[in-house]
Write a protein that binds this ligand. Structure first.
Ligand code: MN
Ligand code: MN
Length: 496
């Protein structure tokens, strides 16, 4: 007779044995397992919100892979890519260079939760999470590599993590902080709750909807199959937060959320935000970044916070909400102007119709970001292409690794945020980035941004040195995907 899963599940994952060859503290060192000193009997209360057996897991995952890979093999991806809109190409190039190595990093994050988590239920869920992230790496590497014959930008799917490209440094700094350099509990709250529950819907559900509308069915299927795993393993976060709060660690839990929510937001805003509001062809856009964030983050994630008894991060109204309307517009400008430093070929995405859409979705866009694009447009139309590329390096935030930016034009609001420490000045893109640094300077102080490396001589002088340092051969450097043709639409009309 077959037992029902529920008859044996709890017993089978009671794996907190009493060690006899080593001390408990050697098996689960405090600083890696639980620096909060919560009794193990409390961690044992971790009850998986999503119960699955190994056999069922393997069967489901196999079905998911068969589904996604068969859509891919049924479609001629290479000819789809060749005829795709330049903006969609830019989005794919950016995605495949930026995402697979973060997925691969997550394998190790989950493996550490599996090894050092104190609750058997947590370890059980994290085991499946480890396998999930291996699958996400493999499927995205595989789907990206298919395009290698038509565009060398896809080599970055594999190459990116081994370079010191500035976008990669920025991502590494963020995810090393959130996923890889803290104890199993803190890293799980930051990764599973803030990052995965808070933001991966944006990358994988929202982008998948855009992909479908663009006729990119295999990319859409790939994103959906990834998100179906994220939705499951992200649930590790909530029970951990509940256990912390029940054991008097509310302030610590809130702080973990506040730090990681901001750090991950900056990444999503700069990468997904630009992809959604500029690279996705106008006719195929489902929603603006702002609308997606309002639905998935402001509504859903805030509800999750409240249900747990947590507050919204302290900077929500003052810094996060304004950022939704501005940050990615500024980052897009920077990435377009410094396009040679990226591995993808960006589109400007600011033709007359696009500008109308941007003004509608972000009232005031024309008199702020639009004014900078007016100048760029005029430079292109008067043949002064050199003016569309800055000749100096940008200031980079010592926390996010992204360009220091503000709102240009009539709402110019740039403020200097810095910390002086032992003879070094650290610049930050916002009061929140600075706050994170000041919480724990020893964690962040030795990091050098790309510009710090340039100034301090780590990167030699010379025109090409910075590209060589970033691992970018001349053919790998980004260029305007439309060769500036987009500006022609403004030739016989007055720029707005
Ligand atoms: Mn993943
Ligand atoms: Mn994940």
């Amino acid at each position: 007779m077959m037992l029902n899963n529920s008859d044996w599940y709890d017993l089978a994952r009671e794996t907190n044995w009493t060690p006899t060859y080593v001390e408990e503290a050697d098996l689960f060192p405090r600083e890696i397992s639980d620096p909060y000193d919560i009794p193990v009997t409390e961690w044992e209360k971790f009850d998986e919100p999503y119960k699955v057996t190994y056999r069922d897991y393997v069967r489901t995952q196999r079905e998911k892979d068969v589904g996604a890979y068969s859509i891919k093999s049924a479609l001629d991806r290479v000819s789809f890519y060749k005829s795709a809109d330049p903006g969609w190409k830019a989005l794919l190039q950016l995605h495949f260079g930026a995402i697979p190595f973060v997925e691969y990093g997550s394998v190790s994050a989950f493996a550490r939760m599996t090894r050092f988590g104190r609750g058997p239920g947590m370890r059980n869920m994290a085991s499946f999470g480890t396998l999930d992230e291996i699958r996400h790496t493999q499927i995205q590497m595989f789907f990206g590599y298919e395009f290698l014959s038509v565009d060398r930008a896809f080599d970055w799917a594999h190459k990116a993590p081994n370079t010191d490209n500035w976008v990669v440094i920025s991502e590494r700094h963020t995810f090393d902080d959130v996923e890889h350099t803290r104890d199993a509990v803190s890293a799980a709250i930051m990764t599973n709750f803030s990052f995965e529950q808070g933001f991966t819907n944006l990358q994988f559900i929202a982008l998948s909807a855009d992909a479908k509308r663009n006729g990119d069915h295999s990319f859409s299927a790939m994103l959906q199959t990834v998100q179906s795993d994220e939705a499951r393993h992200a649930q590790i976060g909530e029970p951990l937060l509940e256990i912390m709060i029940e054991n008097g660690k509310l302030a610590e839990a809130q702080r973990l959320v506040d730090i990681s929510f901001w750090r991950v937001w900056k990444q999503f805003s700069a990468l997904s935000g630009v992809g959604m509001d500029y690279y996705t062809p106008l006719a195929k856009r489902e929603h603006s970044l702002k609308e997606f964030v309002e639905e998935f983050v402001c509504q859903q994630f805030s509800r999750n916070l409240k249900a747990l008894g947590l507050d919204k991060p302290w900077y929500w109204d003052e810094h996060f909400l304004p950022d939704i309307e501005t940050y990615h517009h500024a980052q897009h400008l920077g990435m377009y102007l410094y396009r040679k430093t990226g591995w993808w070929n960006p589109v400007a995405g600011v033709g007359p119709a696009e500008r109308e859409w941007l003004e509608k979705k972000y009232p005031g866009w024309n008199e702020t970001f639009g004014e900078v694009w007016d100048v760029i447009t005029e430079s292109i139309l008067s043949g002064q292409l050199d003016k569309t590329e800055p000749s100096v390096l940008p200031m980079i935030c010592n926390m996010s690794g992204l360009e220091l930016s503000g709102v240009p034009g009539k709402k110019w609001n740039v403020k200097s945020h810095f910390v002086d420490l032992d003879g070094r000045r650290y610049h930050f893109g916002s009061a929140v980035d600075k706050w994170i640094f000041e919480l724990e300077p020893s964690r962040y102080r030795s990091h050098k941004s790309l510009v710090d490396r340039f100034v301090s001589g780590v990167i030699p002088q010379g025109d090409d040195a910075v590209y060589e340092y970033m691992g970018m051969a001349p053919e790998e450097r980004g260029r305007c995907a439309e060769d500036f043709a987009w500006a022609e639409a403004f030739r016989n009309r007055k720029v707005a």
